[in-house]
Write a protein that binds this ligand. Sequence first.
Ligand SMILES: *[C@@H]1O[C@H](CO)[C@@H](O)[C@H](O)[C@H]1NC(C)=O
Ligand SMILES: *[C@@H]1O[C@H](CO)[C@@H](O)[C@H](O)[C@H]1NC(C)=O
Length: 334
Amino acid sequence: MRLTWSLALLLCSSTMSGAIEPISTGIAMGIAAAVTGFLARYQNVLYYFQECCRPEWMSYNKTGLEEDLRTKLFGQHVAARVILKAVTGFMNNKNPRKPLVLSLHGWTGTGKNYVSQLIAESIYCKGMTSGFVHLFTATAHFPHEMHLELYKSQLQQWIKGNVTNCPRSMFIFDEMDKMHPGLIDSIKPYLDFYDNLDGVSYRQAIFIFLSNAGGENIVQVALDFWTAGREREEIELKHLETALSLSVFNNKNSGFWHTSLIDKNLVDFFVPFLPLEYKHVVQCGLAEMAAKGLTPDEEVVDRMARDLSFFPKEERVFSRQGCKIISSRLDFYI
Ligand SMILES: *[C@@H]1O[C@H](CO)[C@@H](O)[C@H](O)[C@H]1NC(C)=O
Ligand SMILES: *[C@@H]1O[C@H](CO)[C@@H](O)[C@H](O)[C@H]1NC(C)=O
């Protein structure tokens, strides 16, 4: 077992020669011969043990993402379409000119975190638990403004170090609107159209920003459609783009927008998440029951959904919390 692990490690490291230097040449050659023979036959077994920056551990599954977006994400026809197109276009491009940068917007509980998880699962065998997927939450990882300079250099080192190890790395930044503008500025160079920075190319990397910024405007568009008696499915990206960009430039409170991310076109896609309706919350509840290993029970989920808060007050169209608290709420009703 131990041998297997070290072999796997050797295999994963890009600098094989460095790794065997301390061993005397005779032994090294003996091992090398054995390893070569072994590898030739059992390569796949070795890759199985240790996650590597290799296609065995990361290859894009478009069918998988398409199916996940269709069956596991509820009420987000616009976001689903944009995400599939953006990720597929990027992953199929052998020579992208810059890393993929997605900015996901909407109220909490509408599925932004969930979609990042689905994207990770469509690329990395280990999904969110992959060593090549990095999640940063503003309030957890960078809570104190007085440590800004430390955070900056740390974050830059992390991005550089991880992309050096594996060009196909993914970085997810949650609560982007709570992140200090200076910190966002410090990662800007990595998002840009550079061939390389200090010998490292970032063009295979994926950056996903999650924020509530623009959420109010998206809700307003959805509400306008509903008031006008139009179908939710008639809402297209173009209806939301204006709402989003206006809020983007007007909202003085969200640090994100102080920076020149937008000016410089560093964000490839702004992805809007619509507020969820009653029926979507029920869908989430049923899926959640199934995930808990229970038989989905419409009556139970209905009882739970009715107790949630919706707006406008009278008509109760859109859920305030979306699907966020469903998992914990459901336990009270089962
Ligand atoms: C891609 O995803 C589909 C649907 O989940 C699955 O059936 C298929 O086996 C996956 N393909 C690969 C190569 O993993
Ligand atoms: C990669 O990122 C993680 C944070 O997700 C960090 O702890 C680690 O040190 C980074 N690795 C390198 C080589 O910089």
